[in-house]
Design a protein around this ligand. Structure first.
Ligand code: NAD
Length: 358
């Protein structure tokens, strides 16, 4: 790629500090001059909420959090925010929680302060998602970009190890897909590579000790960088596949990313040598796929989509939905047959094989 590109950096304030969630949240509430705060958090996040909001007052709470933001939940939350003259949304939780806050912001324009407790990275993107029935719609709009993010590694100690690993793989997928997404550029690629490095360093520490401060901090830092690169570069082939699988077949988000990623990397890498080198370097391996496979083995990432409840009989239908969504920018031309093969291999969890460059 020559140095000829247009790059947009999204503006938001980032507070990073272990044990500092409460003071950082209070500082940002004061900066915003907010007087009626709506908390968006599932009841499962009550401990994180207690810590993060201990120094502020909450006017209203919405706990109707569900994966992929069902439209009915969004509509009820928007009405509650409007009826109560809410002037700041504070989300505390993972991507599903941030997603509900974004759905409110999309129509009300209310600013969001996102306290992130997984590695999904939604807090650093202007991408929203809503699900109606079985179809998930996504779009981007700067109204949904949180004005500020609070990262506190201590709030992630409780994230179960299996979920930490798959959420971390979701973050690595943001970085890897950024390498060839429609608006990929050298700045995104540098951020993405550093994101991969940090996650590959932090996740094994978390596996060994879920209370590892350094591991949790590295993972959050890497997840942020990965999300920033993804927000800037856009959705590549991997995300198009996973959004359809998650939205249409209700597969768990992070685990689906973890299962599909090596197959997309194996498919694209031989046709994207610079991206492959960057990924390999970030993972300390001789190729991107070798590095990813080694990391997956260390982390014992669950293998196939079949283990996530995806029925093999849905592959053809999924292929038909995904195929027209594959971006033109993909480094390798994708045929329906290629996509079918990829989905079958990802379903079975077969070891992903690298293809020779043509
Ligand atoms: P999630 O938010 O659904 O959380 C998964 C589970 O982890 C939930 O049960 C939650 O209660 C629990 N949890 C979260 N934080 C915890 C903690 N610190 N300790 C213990 N349990 C905790 O999962 P996710 O993977 O974070 O987010 C997935 C959703 O986010 C999907 O809907 C996806 O589409 C969306 N997403 C959006 C973007 C974007 O840019 N818009 C990016 C990534 C993900």
């Amino acid at each position: 790629m020559g140095l000829n590109f247009t790059h947009e950096t999204l503006g938001q304030r980032l507070y990073f500090g272990s044990g500092k969630a409460a003071t950082n949240v209070a500082e940002e509430v004061a900066r915003q001059g907010a007087s009626k705060v709506m908390l968006v958090a599932s009841s499962l996040e009550s401990e994180s909420v207690r810590i993060a909001t201990s120094l502020i007052s909450i006017a209203l709470t919405c706990d109707n959090v569900a994966q992929h933001v069902p439209i009915e939940n969004a509509q009820a939350a928007r009405k509650a925010a409007t009826d109560n003259d809410i002037d700041l949304l504070i989300s505390v939780g993972g991507g599903s929680t941030t997603g509900l806050a974004k759905a409110i912001a999309l129509t009300t324009g209310t600013p969001i302060l996102a306290v992130a407790t997984t590695y999904a990275g939604s807090e650093a993107t202007n991408v929203w998602g809503l699900t109606q029935g079985t179809r998930k719609t996504t779009g981007s709009n700067n109204k949904v970009l949180p004005v500020a993010i609070v990262y506190d590694a201590q709030l992630t100690y409780s994230l179960p190890v299996e979920l930490s690993i798959s959420s971390g793989m979701n973050a690595i997928a943001h970085s890897i897909d950024s390498m060839w997404a429609p608006r990929a550029d050298p700045i995104n690629q540098v951020l993405a590579a550093e994101g991969i490095r940090a996650l590959a360093s932090g996740l094994p520490m978390i596996l060994k000790n879920p209370l590892s401060k350094k591991g949790r901090e590295e993972a959050l830092y890497g997840a942020y960088l990965s999300a920033v690169s993804f927000a800037s570069a856009g959705s590549g082939m991997h995300h198009k596949i996973c959004h359809v699988l998650g939205g249409t077949y209700r597969l768990p988000h992070a685990q689906t990313h973890a299962a599909v990623l090596p197959y997309v990397l194996a498919f694209n890498a031989p046709f994207a040598s610079e991206a492959n080198q960057r990924i390999a370097y970030a993972l300390g391996a001789s190729s991107g796929l070798e590095g990813l496979n080694l990391l997956r083995a260390v982390l014992d990432v669950p293998a196939g989509l079949k283990d996530l409840g995806f029925d093999e009989s849905n592959i053809e239908e999924a292929c038909e939905i995904i195929f027209p969504l594959i971006p033109e920018s993909n480094p390798r031309r994708v045929s329906r047959e290629d996509l079918l093969q990829l989905l079958h291999a990802a379903w079975a969890g077969e070891p992903p094989a690298s293809n020779d460059e043509r």
